[in-house]
Design a protein. Structure first.
Ligand code: MN
Ligand code: MN
Length: 480
């Protein structure tokens, strides 16, 4: 069947049915049919013995003493698996393979798009982050053998997408001692195919970026606004990503138990940077102007105080009542700046509110927008890409919840609908006429639990695939 050391084998429920049952069903999965060898019969027997039924997320590892493959990882696909089921199963299977140089995947491939999903899942599941161990794990570079048909263009999309997700995960996982505003700017400057301009603390002050400069002033590591441009032509897309490299809460300090995960608060900036790099590599006919406001939110002698008033890039003045609501302050400046170029579409992405997790949990992101078609387009792009993003409203009556007794706006609203009032806050900084959407990825950006499917613990790269897919749709609309 394969000379690979390891085989990841997709199993559908019919594969585990006994012969008498098979005769009464439609034909068993081709993956088994094509090969009826003794090794595979043993895998099936092992799965039956443990009560496996071929449901999604079932994983069973079977080892063989003197044969190849040495190990078979059987993964459940469920009945009639779609692309996301294939992607997840490929990722879970590859993740479960013990040290092996070559891993072959055998799964039903109805079309080239399924092949792409399997390749993408396998690559996403291969991700490791062990550069902070004194001894990195042995299973470094693996060769993956993907089932045919291997459409080169789709395979390239899978590779570029998975590498972009890996970059975003690396950036999120990096400790804040190494990843701070200037070092994130260095990562941007090193990217190929894009132009990068970095505004430093003086530029931010002189340019009227009161939100970014204000939030950043409490840290010994000064803030940056990173501007990444890709000139692909025609459609003009602006992206904004929240980049808080560590969110202590500032003087409105977070409780100690919440602090260790707060390096993840730049997941939006990581997603935007990775996506722009991928869009450039794929050569999409889209102009992208990306803005990454990057700060470290720290308490200190120069930090902003609850009750301070900041003047933002668009002239609005904001009363800071809670320095832990810093994300909207830096996004506001970046959204105002991105709006000045009057893009056709502006999308911001941010680990913005814990209310997102309350509302939708840790695997489903939210999208809010001032345009229903754009919001639906992002949900559709996410579905195609295999991400879960759910549409949320921006009810106009909530705007008054952000009224300040002192200034134009407060950065705090009552606790009800806190995800939506954060969106309403951002909306104040979008220039009229600009179609805008806001993605809140607070939960999905960082997996605090065990790995699942192709998703590791820690940084997940949430949003990267959706942004690339959204650009792919704009590229497709351009014609040639
Ligand atoms: Mn915060
Ligand atoms: Mn934050």
């Amino acid at each position: 069947v394969t000379d690979a050391e390891a085989l990841v084998l997709g199993i559908v429920p019919a594969d585990l049915a006994y012969p008498s049952e098979i005769s009464s069903r439609s034909s068993p999965s081709e993956s088994i049919n094509q090969r009826g060898n003794a090794q595979l019969e043993r895998v099936i027997a092992a799965m039956r013995a443990t009560g496996a039924t071929g449901r999604p997320d079932e994983v069973q590892v079977v080892a063989f003493a003197d044969e190849r493959p040495r190990v078979v990882v059987a993964v459940g696909l469920g009945d009639d698996p779609g692309r996301e089921e294939l992607r997840r199963a490929a990722g879970a299977g590859v993740r479960a393979v013990p040290a092996a140089e070559t891993v072959a995947l055998s799964m039903p491939v109805p079309d080239a798009g399924a092949m792409r999903a399997i390749a993408e899942g396998a690559l996403l599941g291969s991700y490791r982050f062990d550069r902070y161990r004194s001894r990195p794990s042995a299973d470094g570079a693996r060769r993956l053998i993907i089932p045919e048909p291997a459409d080169p263009e789709l395979l390239n999309q899978a590779i570029v997408t998975a590498e972009a997700v890996a970059l975003a995960r690396d950036l999120v996982n990096a400790p804040p001692s190494d990843l701070y505003p200037e070092t994130l700017a260095e990562v941007a400057r090193a990217m190929n195919g894009v132009d990068v301009e970095v505004l430093d603390e003086r530029d931010l002050h002189d340019g009227g970026y009161g939100g970014i400069a204000g939030v950043g002033q409490g840290s010994a590591r000064p803030p940056r606004l990173i501007h990444v441009s890709y000139q692909g032509g025609e459609q003009r897309l602006a992206l904004v990503g929240k980049g808080v490299t560590f969110d202590s809460g500032g003087l409105s300090l977070k409780p100690p138990g919440e602090l260790p995960d707060m390096k993840m608060d730049m997941g939006g900036a990581a997603a935007v940077l990775a996506a722009v790099g991928a869009i450039a590599r794929l050569g999409y006919r889209v102009d992208v102007e990306a803005w990454l406001p990057v700060v470290e939110n720290m308490p200190g002698g120069r930090a902003i105080r609850p009750s301070d008033v900041l003047t933002m890039r668009n002239g609005l003045r904001v009363e800071v009542r809670d320095t832990d609501n810093e994300g909207r302050l830096i996004l506001a400046d970046a959204i105002a700046r991105a709006s000045e170029d009057e893009p056709a579409i502006l999308i911001d992405i941010a680990t913005l509110t814990s209310a997102q997790i309350v509302a939708l949990g840790r695997r489903t992101a939210a999208v809010m927008a001032n345009d229903d078609t754009l919001r639906a387009g992002l949900v559709a792009a996410a579905t195609t890409a295999g991400e879960d993003i759910w549409p949320m409203p921006l009810p106009p009556y909530l705007r008054s919840e952000l009224d300040s007794r002192l200034a134009d706006l407060s950065n705090v609203a009552p606790p009800d609908a806190a995800m939506l009032t954060a969106g309403m806050f951002l909306r104040e900084f979008v220039r009229p006429g600009v179609r805008w959407a806001h993605l809140d990825i607070a939960g999905p950006a960082y997996n605090v639990g065990e790995p699942h499917g192709y998703t590791p613990h820690g940084g997940t790269g949430a949003g990267v695939r959706t942004l690339i897919q959204f650009a792919a749709r704009l590229h497709g609309e351009c014609g040639s």
